[in-house]
Design a protein around this ligand. Sequence first.
Ligand SMILES: [Zn+2]
Length: 342
Amino acid sequence: MMALIYSPEYLKHRTFNHPESPQRLISIMNSLEESGLINEVTIQTPHMAKEDDLRRIHSKEHVEHVKSFCEGGGGYLDPDTYTSPESYQIARLAAGGTITAAELALESFSSSYSMVRPPGHHATPDRAMGFCLFNNLAVALEHLRETKNIKKFGIFDFDVHYGNGTAEIFYNDPDVLYISIHQDPHTIFPSEGFVEEIGRGPGEGYNLNIPVAPGSKTSDYIYLLERILKPVFEDFGADFYFYDVGFDAHQDDPLSRVLLDDYFFEWMAMEIVSQPGPAALTLEGGYNLESLARCNLKMINVLTHEITIEDQKLTREDYKVRDETKILFKKIEDNFSPFFTF
Ligand SMILES: [Zn+2]
C-alpha cells in the first residue's frame, strides 16, 4: 500500500499569477479522484514541522525572516518567490509532510509520497529562492538521521532544475549521495549543477550532476539513468532513498526546454519500485496543469501496483540517443570512476 501525504491546507500558500499555484495540487487531487486511484492509496495528514526540525537545516535568521515577512503580509521574498500571510505556516506543513512521508516509508508502507507546496529543493540553509522557502527533503532527511539512526541516504532529483539548495546542504557529506538530472545550467535557473560540481572534502564524489542539453527526450534520460543511477545507487548502498519529483521536464511544461513524454514518468516509477530499501517521494515542480496531473497519476499507478519493468516488458522503438547525451555519459563516467563502479 502506498501512502500519499496531502492536506487542503497546502492551498493556503497563495500566489498570484504565478506558475507555482494552488491549482497544481487541485489538478492532482481531481485526477486521483476521477480515476478512482484515490481508493487504492492511503491518504495521510501531514504533521507540522517544529521550528527545531527546520533549524537542523536552516539558520535562525532565515527561519525568523520567513516568519516575520509572511506574518507581516507576505509578497515577493525575491523576484521568483512569492508568499502570502499563511505561507510560513504552510511551508512548515510542507516540511512536516515530508517528514511524515519519510516516517511512513520506514513503517508499513512500500512507498510514500508527500504532495506538498511550497516546494523545497532550491532553499539553502539561509535563503529562500526559486519558489522554495524551506528545504522539505533536507529537513526530513535530518529528522531520520537524528531520530531513527539511519546512516546512508541516496537522493535522486528529477525536477528539470538543479536542486542547488539540497546539493549545498549535503555538499561535504559522504553519507548523503545527491544525484540530479536537469537541464544544462547554462540555459536555465539556477545556473548551477555542472558535471564538475562533485562535492567537497569528505563529500567529494557524492554530488553527481547529469546536466542534459535542451531538446533531450525520454530516450536520452533512460540511456543516462540506466548507466548511472542504478549502478551508482547499487554501489553506494543507501539505507533510505529520497526522490525529488518534478514534472517540469515534460515537453508540455512552460518552464523548460527538455522534451520528456509521459512514458518517462512511468519508467521512473518502475525504477523506484525496483530499488531496494524504503523510498519517500516529495513533490517539487511541474507547471502545466494537464501534464502535471496526468503524469503524476501515471507514476502513482505504477507505485501503487508495484509494477516493475519486467512486468511490463516495454521496449521503445524510437530509442534514439543524441550524440551530446553519449558524450555527457562518458564525461560523468570519467569524473566518477574513482568513486563508483559503472
Ligand atoms: Zn523545477
